[in-house]
Design a protein around this ligand. Structure first.
Ligand code: GDP
Length: 195
């Protein structure tokens, strides 16, 4: 994908109406601090259009990035941030579910998991929601540069087993630092969206 122009077109809060876009959408889910903003910036070749924060849990909106007037990258709110009230957590959860349920243009969902950690209960819940809405997510194992090469296969297995991934699920290891995995993600999107 050659990125010609990128625009943060729509930002939705908990009570906002979701946009009825006419172009395909690709969504990204993951717990806060997993590296979602860094990934989206890397995909768009931008340094800081998606907010990268030292304090996790800041993205409480659904952000729609228009890419080349051809498709949207959809940044879903990061979940699992401890400092947020139970009420807010439930509201975000509902918002994510509503988006997955209502979007008519959603073609693929990526679920981001830190390659270093066992998937959390929230990660499993997110995975189940996505499956229940009829999508089989591609897993992006983030922060690949943080582990030794010799640990990669072992960690991918932990991830596969921890989430209980259905057979045939694609996992793409990714590093925002080296950009390893970036081309593979775009290739997947190209195939999924433009056949
Ligand atoms: P988000 O909350 O999921 O959007 O996560 P961010 O993209 O804001 O990243 C959270 C923190 O992890 C930031 O300090 C990033 O610089 C760091 N980070 C994100 N991706 C990577 C990566 O691939 N490698 C390394 N080493 N750090 C990363």
């Amino acid at each position: 994908m050659v990125i010609k122009n990128v625009e943060l077109e729509t930002v939705c809060g908990i009570t906002s109406r979701l946009p009825e876009n006419e172009k395909p959408e690709i969504a990204f889910a993951g717990k806060s601090n997993v590296g979602k903003s860094s990934l989206i910036n890397a995909l768009m070749n931008r340094k800081s259009l998606a907010r990268i924060s030292a304090t996790p849990g800041k993205t409480q909106t659904i952000n729609f990035y228009n890419i080349n007037q051809e498709l949207y990258l959809v940044d879903l709110p990061g979940y699992g941030y401890a400092k947020v009230s139970e009420k807010e957590k439930i509201a975000w959860g509902k918002m994510i579910e509503r988006y997955l349920h209502e979007s008519k243009q959603l073609r693929a969902v990526f679920l981001l998991i830190d390659i270093r950690h066992d998937p959390s209960a929230n990660d499993k819940m997110m995975y189940e929601w996505i499956l229940n809405q009829g999508y089989q997510p591609v897993i992006i194992a983030t922060k690949l540069d943080k582990i030794k090469k010799s640990q990669i296969q072992k960690q991918l297995k932990v991830l596969r087993q921890g989430l209980g991934l259905v057979n045939g699920t694609t996992i793409i290891p990714f590093s925002a630092q080296t950009k390893q995995g970036r081309d593979e993600i775009w290739q997947f999107v190209d195939r999924e969206v433009f056949g």
